[in-house]
Ligand binder design. Structure first.
Ligand SMILES: Cc1cc2nc3c(=O)[nH]c(=O)nc-3n(C[C@H](O)[C@H](O)[C@H](O)COP(=O)(O)OP(=O)(O)OC[C@H]3O[C@@H](n4cnc5c(N)ncnc54)[C@H](O)[C@@H]3O)c2cc1C
Length: 456
């Protein structure tokens, strides 16, 4: 019996907040855990926009999963993409980074692969308007923002220059609002006095959303407060405006009255909407689980899939009681799933209590010294909101190094406006290998290849 318990295999798909908290809850359990993630790092998504805007480095928001998990006994970490689940054989099929396949047997499966950016059926927008879900997205957005200012400086055509200095963001939720605030700060503070031909402070930042409020999930009072702050910052908010086309020169929006408008902007960023990754559909097909419109999976009150007590879905991917896609929901659901397995292997027979989410609130950073925070009926905005935001993010950053580094970077940007992480790659392979051709022997033996020919 003891042997069997010791070798119970738990496979956790996704090393995000949900996956990591599941591992943590299993720490003292006699089980073998395998964490599978398509990336080698755990990403702190709430600070992606700070990496994109040059405040924090990649390393400050992404920690190697192996390093995070190294103190957990009996945990194996694999970089692979889970593709399908054979629920009869209890095997996860995954693809390694080199394309090779892996078959991972499990006794218990925890699925916490999160959600990805949705373009609402218009995936053709994606090449022109990067989203904000992964480290690659953040670095692509950083390159787009800083490159746009460089292009404006180099341009001699006033119309083209104006296009480079126009930034259009789609989605007025927390990420869109945070990113819009950052671009205004970059334009007005960070880049001030750095350019000769253009004034970065003249950059326009436009925020589009199909709904009728910014930060709608924060309720009317904070939403109004946020709208006023955005207005103070000079951000042009366009509500009830549905984006119908995006290309390399800008976007087209349909207004509430049915009219359309073309906006010329060389930088378009997409922060609206999420959808489940393909694994969710494969899992739903295999288990008969119900999916919502975004493809996320409905779970039972104990986070299992109906008819499959050995499979739990956690974090952003699960649908339960209209819980929001928040880090705290992911952490608590991951921890709950891990605890359930631990209790089962410990032989506890009591019927488990259903999962209950303890609301710790949510926050959105708008600009330096200004944030909104909501927890139940408690609301805060302005400087108080910002201080709460700061505290919460410091507490939850994984690892001492990223905490200390983030604090230093924030102190620099808040005090001086300067950003330490503005570097971006151009994507051009400047060092393309050129076949080496040995120099032909000099005609005059007195002339070496390194000497200029002497006058006769
Ligand atoms: C820009 C942004 C800002 C946010 N701001 C806040 C905030 O301020 N406050 C807040 O509470 N929440 C915020 N959130 C939401 C929060 O980050 C998520 O709710 C949380 O990350 C969900 O955790 P998760 O573990 O379910 O998924 P994720 O954190 O998305 O982790 C999923 C993991 O699964 C991996 N994965 C995906 N597919 C596969 C596959 N097929 N095989 C293997 N691995 C796979 C991914 O690489 C990833 O590591 C924000 C999110 C974003 C994108």
């Amino acid at each position: 019996m003891d042997d069997h318990v010791r070798h119970r295999r738990v496979v956790i798909l996704g090393g995000g907040f949900a996956g990591l908290f599941a591992v943590r809850a299993l720490r003292s359990a006699p089980v073998e855990v395998t964490v599978v993630d398509r990336c080698a790092h755990h990403l702190f998504q709430p600070l992606l926009y700070q990496c994109a805007s040059g405040i924090l480095s990649e390393g400050q928001i992404a920690q190697p999963l192996r390093a995070v998990l190294r103190r957990h006994p009996r945990v194996r970490c694999l970089m692979a993409t889970a593709e399908d689940v054979d629920v009869t054989a209890r095997v996860v099929h995954a693809t390694r980074p080199d394309g090779g396949s892996l078959a991972l047997p499990y006794d218990d499966l925890i699925v916490g692969v999160g959600v990805r950016q949705s373009y609402f059926g218009h995936d053709e927008f994606a090449p022109f308007a990067p989203g904000m879900k992964t480290l690659d997205d953040a670095l692509a957005v950083r390159a787009k923002i800083y490159r746009a200012f460089e292009m404006a400086e180099a341009s001699t055509d006033p119309a083209e220059r104006a296009q480079w200095l126009t930034f259009a963001l789609v989605g007025a939720g927390p990420t869109g609002v945070e990113l819009a605030g950052q671009i205004r700060e970059i334009a007005g503070r960070t880049l001030r006095r750095e350019f000769a031909a253009v004034d970065p402070g003249l950059a326009r930042v436009l925020l589009f959303d199909g709904s009728d409020a910014v930060l709608a999930s924060f309720g009317p009072a904070l939403s109004d407060r946020a709208a006023r702050t955005l207005d103070d910052l000079g951000i042009e908010v366009h509500l009830r405006s549905v984006v119908t086309r995006v290309d390399d020169r800008g976007l087209t929006v349909r207004r509430e009255d049915g009219g359309t408008e073309r906006v010329e902007a060389r930088t378009v960023l997409w922060t609206a909407g999420v959808e489940a990754p393909p694994l969710a559909t494969a899992l739903a097909r295999a288990t008969g689980a119900e999916q919502d419109r975004a493809g996320r999976i409905h779970v039972e009150p104990d986070l299992t899939i109906a008819g499959h007590p050995e499979i739990r879905v956690v974090g952003d991917l699960m649908v339960l009681d209209r819980l929001p896609g928040l880090a705290e929901v992911a952490m608590q659901s991951g921890a709950y799933a891990g605890r359930r397995i631990r209790h089962a292997v410990e032989g506890r027979t009591r019927t488990p209590r259903p999962f209950r989410y303890l609301d710790l609130g949510s926050a959105a950073y708008i600009s330096r010294g200004r944030a909104v925070v909501k927890r139940g009926r408690f609301h805060a905005s302005g400087l108080i909101g910002w201080l709460i935001w700061l505290f919460v993010h410091i507490v939850f950053l994984t690892g001492f190094r990223s905490r200390a580094g983030a604090l230093l970077s924030w102190a620099v940007v808040f005090a001086s406006g300067s950003r330490r992480e503005r570097a971006f790659t151009t994507g051009a392979p400047h060092t393309t290998a050129v076949p080496f051709t040995p120099p032909s022997p000099p005609a005059d033996p007195a002339v070496t290849p390194h000497e200029p020919p002497r006058p006769a």
